[in-house]
Design a binder for this molecule. Sequence first.
Ligand SMILES: [Zn+2]
Length: 242
Amino acid sequence: MSTAILEALRELQGLDQEIRAIAARITDFDPLLAEVEDPALRLEEEVTAARRRLEQMEDDARRAHRSEQEKLIRLEKLEDRLGQVTNLREEAAARAEVDMLRRSLEIEGRDRLQLADQLDRSRAHLATLEAQASAARAQVEPDQEKLLADREELRARKRALEGSRATLLERVSGPALRVYQSFHQAGRAVVVAGITVDGACGSCFNVVPLQLQNEVRRGSDTLVRCEACGVLLAGILEEAEG
Ligand SMILES: [Zn+2]
């Protein structure tokens, strides 16, 4: 019975090693995907920044327009008042204000033209960037899709292995399973090892005491663990490494 469990654990160990290797290969895709997408991402960031600057300028333009409208209304009122002044002092005051408003409108008019020119150039720049960004995006897509497909294939293989693992786990229970789980959680790849021809543990190669060797070879019901490294010892001949 113990032998069957150890065999199942050996199989489990093989699956877990394969699952770990695939998981590492899946993780390797992250930097590759980032690298492939990088040129498109950079341009998209530039587009976002340019769009934000343009919005800011459009706000400024709207504000300037409102201020101009207000000044034009005030100017109109003042001009009306000029027609109704009753003495020279009032007239002089109203004229001074009209002059001031006209000068201010003149300056703002020049600023507005300058801003309109900047807005045109910013819009053109944004359009160029957007075109470059979508071209870059279209260019990275095939490479990206290839990488994603390759990664998906690995993920599917990993899921299949995990399915086999779950089925296998149903065949194992008791202390053997507990030893296995604790090794597995600690990230140790070898849990079950055989004994070499000269009586050493197949994992750490320390000599196993004769009495334990005999127990293992007899296929005893109790689990035998290597005194040096703790792996479960199975009554199989461990092939020499390499
Ligand atoms: Zn050992």
